[in-house]
Design a protein around this ligand. Structure first.
Ligand code: NAD
Length: 344
């Protein structure tokens, strides 16, 4: 497939590109290169003849229209977004602009292109969303494709809004969309403002490992390579107009995740004092969702996918990747210092 991807310089996007190229697909990557887009994530494929990079903002309609005309993609995979909840609490303007308005521009351009091409049957517009659109669970319960939308942060509200617009294009125009609601991803190439890389890099500098509240919030963790393999399979076998919940079958509290990172670091990078001495509980994030959990039985049945990577194994791979980047000086610790947590 010739895949037009947005947000390919980010965490999931860059992992998607490496995986899709290895399967013989072609990629046109549209990315504005915001603070979280990192061209180094894609250094290894820069000269691949199946890879094209377009530095562009998805909100710029004429430029996006031109990219469709020039590259004639078979499918679209839309991941470009503002993606960090804490930043959306500080200022949500860019979240509404990119996640809502940008998605609308991209959808419109894709729809017009699809109509002009004579509505090819195998065209797909895959929109990557999050389980956060469903709000929070208590100690029990699980999200599935029929869960009501109850977003609690400006980030999840912007993603929920974009999901509804995407869905409406299927109902109104028969435009072949697929919506993916996936759980927390982890793995190599994630910008170090999110829990796992943030903790790894702070631990390596003997800085406090800050945990919100008491660290009791529960997330379902999905290894990014498992996720991108699900996305390709859904593109090939998913039913237009459907949404799919994709999860990692790994529910852990934030504190458990931080403790596991400490245990693995003790082996990979031993120090005189244990890493878990650095754990520090800080004031909780406002409106912090308590628990997310994902029932992925629909995607298992419809496209025969389920997560394969054991969390400890995936976390070990992730930590090794960051250790490697730190040891060859390709990762700048100042980034971590600059962002910090909201409470810093
Ligand atoms: P990321 O922040 O690492 O990457 C986002 C990418 O989008 C960056 O490369 C950035 O430069 C680009 N971008 C931002 N605004 C743009 C614009 N206006 N025009 C063009 N490019 C722009 O995010 P991620 O973690 O890789 O997430 C990718 C997608 O997956 C997002 O839509 C996010 O909501 C969704 N998602 C992420 C997770 C997760 O755990 N990371 C879980 C579920 C869903």
């Amino acid at each position: 497939m010739k895949i037009l991807l947005t947000g390919g310089a980010g965490f999931i996007g860059s992992n998607f590109i490496l995986y899709a190229l290895s399967k013989g697909h072609q990629i046109i990557n549209i990315d504005k290169l915001t603070y979280s887009g990192n061209p180094e994530n894609l250094e290894s494929v820069e000269s691949d003849s199946n890879y094209v990079f377009c530095k562009q903002d998805i909100c710029c309609r004429p430029e996006i229209e031109n990219i469709f005309v020039l590259h004639q993609p078979d499918v679209v995979v839309h991941m470009a977004a503002e993606s960090h909840v804490d930043r959306s609490i500080d200022n949500s303007e860019e979240f509404i602009r990119t996640n809502v308005l940008g998605t609308h521009v991209l959808l419109d351009c894709a729809l017009n292109y699809w109509i002009q091409k004579g509505r090819p049957n195998n065209f797909r517009f895959l929109h990557l969303s999050t389980d956060e659109v469903f709000g929070a669970l208590g100690i029990t319960g699980i999200f599935n494709e029929n869960s009501p939308y109850k977003p609690n942060s400006p980030y999840s509200a912007s993603k929920a809004s974009s999901d509804l617009i995407v869905r409406s294009y299927f109902k109104t125009y028969d435009f072949p969309v697929l919506i993916i609601n996936s759980s927390n991803n982890y793995g190599p190439r994630q910008y170090p403002e999110k829990l796992i890389p943030f903790t790894i890099l702070n631990a390596l500098q003997s800085r406090p490992l800050q945990v919100y509240g008491k660290g009791t919030q529960v997330r379902d963790w999905l290894y990014v390579r498992d996720h991108v393999s699900a996305l390709l399979q859904i593109l090939e076998k998913g039913t237009p107009g459907e949404s799919y919940c994709v999860g990692g079958a790994t529910e852990l509290t934030n504190l458990q995740v931080v403790q596991k990172i400490c245990v693995i670091l003790e082996v990979l990078k031993p120090t005189k004092e244990p890493y878990d001495r650095l754990i520090k509980f800080v004031q909780d994030r406002p409106g912090h969702d308590f628990r997310y959990a994902i029932d992925f039985s629909k995607v298992s049945q419809d496209v025969n996918w389920s997560p394969e990577t054991d969390f400890t194994k995936g976390l070990e791979e992730t930590i090794k990747w960051y250790l490697n980047r730190v040891s060859n000086h390709s990762l700048n610790f100042n980034v971590v210092k600059r962002i910090g947590l909201r409470t810093e």
